[in-house]
Write a protein that binds this ligand. Structure first.
Ligand code: SAH
Length: 350
């Protein structure tokens, strides 16, 4: 029998499960508190439950607690890159960053990815599987346990396409932002997508107060198609229309991500074209020099050209930031740590 994954359940669902076990409803509240507030990793820690109930939970349910497979800590700024081992042997990556305003973590939404973006390491081996809501939460909780620090901000920008796993993502967003649950304000949560148009529209209708970031990376369809296969499915015009709809529905200003690739998408003319697309929109642009991966020929734009690109956008009164690179000394582009460890595992396994 498949065990019930308790960390993925919202409180009313947990109440139903406990009722079906013949337990009183308040037990659900106690268990929910153990999972989300005390970040319990085992049922035996739940000392206000009877021994009999703990044994029963142990037999019929699971908590999806992770083991740390690897953790690299930056000597420059304390950024930590974690590799977690999942119960089925998959490895996923998460990043922990300390800023003056709090602690921000970057989590994965899938093991692997099937979107195929040319510059991204997460997609090189395709999609292994979706992560459950509990596995998205556990990345946050495991880093809180390991560091003893409370996480204040979450970005869903690790491996995977969150809107390709929309149902679990929505559940995760409800659990992490629930006052009795993860307790992180929706204003402090960002979800990044490569631009699945119908999913952007349906997420908008959920009316979360989270920030949506769109990975744009090119100012025209022709160039975007060479970088991101999703651009063959949706034009930039359709994608930006969905983003405008997201803003109208939620009142949350869009973020546009633009990874600068030397000689590919970083020319002043391309900045002007990008400005033309975004002019007049209530939005924010994040520029980030591409993080080169071994398997691809893309190289990053150098600082003076990044600055030049930024100035060009600012002429059109667009809000722009250049993303600060933390953990440069432990830097491996998204998905590279996972690949290295997963391969190591496979070799050990024969
Ligand atoms: N699938 C989602 C979220 C995961 S990727 C998305 O596409 O948005 C998070 C961000 O990192 C995206 O903007 C993605 O395009 C970018 N990214 C991936 N690999 C990168 C690399 N090697 N250098 C710079 N940015 C990269």
């Amino acid at each position: 029998m498949k065990k019930i994954d308790l960390k993925s359940l919202e409180l009313p669902e947990l109440k139903t499960v406990l009722a079906e076990m013949g337990e009183k409803p308040f037990r659900a509240g106690q268990i929910y508190q153990w999972i989300h507030q005390k970040k319990a990793t085992a049922f035996e820690q739940m000392t206000n439950l009877s021994e009999a109930l703990r044994v029963r939970l142990q037999n019929e349910c699971e908590l999806s607690a992770f083991q740390i497979a690897d953790c690299q800590i930056s000597k420059m700024d304390g950024t930590r890159k974690y590799a977690f081992l999942l119960s089925d042997g998959n490895i996923i990556e998460s990043v922990y960053m300390k800023y003056h305003h709090g602690v921000s973590v970057c989590i994965s939404s899938q093991a692997g990815c099937r979107m195929g973006c040319r510059f991204c390491a997460s997609t090189l081996d395709g999609l292994a599987r979706n992560l459950s809501a509990g596995e998205m939460l556990e990345q946050v909780y495991a880093m809180e346990r390991d560091t003893g620090e409370r996480v204040s901000h979450v970005v869903v920008m690790g491996s995977g396409e969150p809107l390709d796993n929309k149902e679990n993502l929505i559940k995760f967003l409800r659990l992490i932002s629930d006052d009795q649950g993860g307790g992180i304000s929706q204003r402090n949560i960002t979800v990044s997508t490569c631009g699945l148009v119908s999913e952007i529209r349906s997420l908008a209708k959920e009316r979360f107060g989270i920030t949506l970031a769109l990975s744009l990376h090119a100012p025209n369809d022709e160039l975007r198609r060479t970088m991101m296969p999703v651009a063959n499915r949706y034009t930039i015009a359709e994608t930006l229309a969905a983003c405008d709809f997201y803003f109208e529905e939620t009142g949350r200003r869009m973020s546009y991500e633009y990874s600068l690739v030397r000689g590919v998408n970083d020319q002043p003319e391309q900045a002007r074209q990008l400005a033309g697309l975004l002019k007049g929109k209530n939005c924010h642009v994040n520029l980030i020099p591409v993080n080169p991966i071994r398997e691809r020929e893309y190289r990053e734009t150098m600082a003076p050209e990044v600055e030049r690109f930024k100035k060009e956008l600012e002429k059109s009164r667009i809000n722009v930031t250049i993303r600060r690179r933390l953990g440069a000394d432990i830097d491996s582009a998204c998905g590279q740590l996972r690949r290295r460890i997963q391969r190591g595992n496979m070799r050990e396994g024969g």
